[in-house]
Design a binder for this molecule. Structure first.
Ligand code: PHE
Length: 357
């Protein structure tokens, strides 16, 4: 019996995998295992012999069982160690540049614009892209018969036959967010609202979907002078130049009074655009003092509050800043274009870290 013990303990210690262990278990303790058979012999022994051999066999059975369990655990631990060694990952390795995606110029410029206006105390507001006729037009002082509705090349949704409520529209500008913000927050307000807008138009500088950023500042004593300062600060920061020359041209929007379109001085010498010098002017946005009707539609008392608003084309200023000639390519999802004009994912634009590097 001490032979059996030694043979099995040695074999168990030397087993290299679970299958070998299981084979050993069956060989020793299975129904026809050596130890099981020896136990069956007990019946044929005399009482004295049995009293001596019985406990010894039981002890041997226990010993082999625990040796099997211990070895099984040891094998599992070794397996885990092995796997952990194999799956070790160097978290300090840099990302693989070849697999890196890029940030779309529209996203990049939106981040840049947001960083600049955040620094001047503007929060970001949002509104739906499918907008009611009232928010997109009426509330902005553009009543049903107004020619501006026709000029906007609006996409209308379809109403069921017999439903004569005005259809919803794909918003033609970000200005409805002005109304939504006024209603949600009341005065005072300082927000920008970047987002998608839609007009039925398609050529080198127009796509049916494009991006605008609205600006809205409302307080008790806001004037055109504040508008001018904010826009100058923005343009200097955005185009990364020390001086800019802005030209305010009298214009007309139903939702602002007075209204101005803003041009910036630039040069096209050598085919590349330089901002801040030269003899050319480039229109970049529409703006003005918020019309009292618009304040009223937003639930704000025009006797107490006034403010400025502006709307700027994000794609447009992205084309200017990064020298991208055709707007349509922005939305073609051509990987070669994206790799060429895209931005590294980890270079988040900030005022201190640099906007466009
Ligand atoms: N909503 C106008 C447009 O899309 C831009 C604008 C916004 C003008 C705010 C004045 C004030 O053309």
């Amino acid at each position: 019996m001490s032979d059996l013990r030694e043979t099995y303990l040695k074999a168990i210690a030397g087993a290299g995998d679970e299958a070998t262990l299981e084979a050993l278990r069956v060989q020793a303790l299975g129904k026809k295992g050596e130890i099981s058979l020896a136990m069956r012999e007990l019946g044929r022994m005399s009482a004295e012999e049995r009293q001596e051999a019985g406990p010894r066999l039981n002890a041997l059975k226990d010993e082999i069982n625990s040796a099997l369990a211990a070895k099984k655990q040891a094998l599992a631990d070794a397996g885990l160690d092995e796997r952990l060694r194999g799956e070790w990952l160097d978290v300090t390795l840099p990302a693989r540049p070849r697999r890196q995606g890029t940030i779309h110029p529209v996203s990049q410029v939106t981040e840049e614009v947001t960083a600049i206006f955040a620094d001047m105390g503007f929060a970001v507001a949002e509104g739906p892209q499918i907008e009611s006729d009232w928010y997109n037009f009426d509330a902005l002082n553009i009543p049903g018969h107004h020619p501006a509705r026709a000029e906007m090349d609006t996409f209308y949704t379809h109403r069921a036959d017999g439903d004569d409520r005005p259809p919803h529209v794909l918003r033609t500008h970000t200005s409805p967010v002005q109304i939504r913000t006024m209603q949600a927050e009341g005065a005072p307000i300082r927000v920008i609202a970047p987002g998608r807008v839609y007009r039925a138009d398609y050529d080198q500088t127009h796509t049916p979907m494009f991006h605008q950023v609205e600006g809205l500042a409302i307080d008790r004593d806001i004037s055109m002078a504040n508008l001018k300062w904010v826009l100058e600060e923005f343009v200097k920061a955005f185009f990364e130049v020390d001086t800019v020359d802005l030209r305010f041209r009298a214009s007309h929007f139903p939702f602002t009074e007075p209204s101005a379109e803003v041009d910036i001085r630039c040069s096209w010498e050598g085919g590349t655009l330089k901002v801040g010098e030269g003899d050319d002017w480039l229109e970049i946005l529409g703006s003005g003092m918020v019309h009292p009707h618009v304040l009223l539609a937003g639930g704000i008392d025009p006797e107490q509050w006034q403010g400025f608003a502006f709307g700027m084309g994000i794609d447009r200023i992205a084309m200017l800043k990064y020298g991208i000639p055709d707007l349509r390519a922005f939305f073609d999802s051509d990987l070669r274009w994206l790799r060429h004009y895209g931005f590294a994912a980890l270079d988040v634009p900030t005022l201190h870290g640099g906007l466009s590097r």
